[in-house]
Design a protein. Structure first.
Length: 72
């Protein structure tokens, strides 16, 4: 598996980055409420909107939000 290469944007007031850059594209970080929901669910979205396990990556290598944010 390829090494995860992401860049974090500037921090929001809740401490999470405003966006994450992965594979040359910027993805706006979800709300704290959405992140909280994924923490307690068995399904999470990837940066590009696919539904996967919270600690995984999709077939194209795109990480889940929880994985990209370092929460799992």
């Amino acid at each position: 598996m390829k090494t995860l290469s992401i860049k974090m944007g500037p921090a929001r007031s809740d401490g999470f980055p405003e966006y994450i850059t992965w594979n040359g594209e910027d993805y706006e970080t979800p709300s704290m409420e959405q992140i909280r929901e994924w923490v307690f669910d068995s399904v999470c979205e990837t940066l590009d909107g696919q539904r996967i396990e919270p600690d995984g990556r999709a077939y194209n290598g795109c990480p889940s939000w929880l994985y990209a944010l370092g929460l799992v």
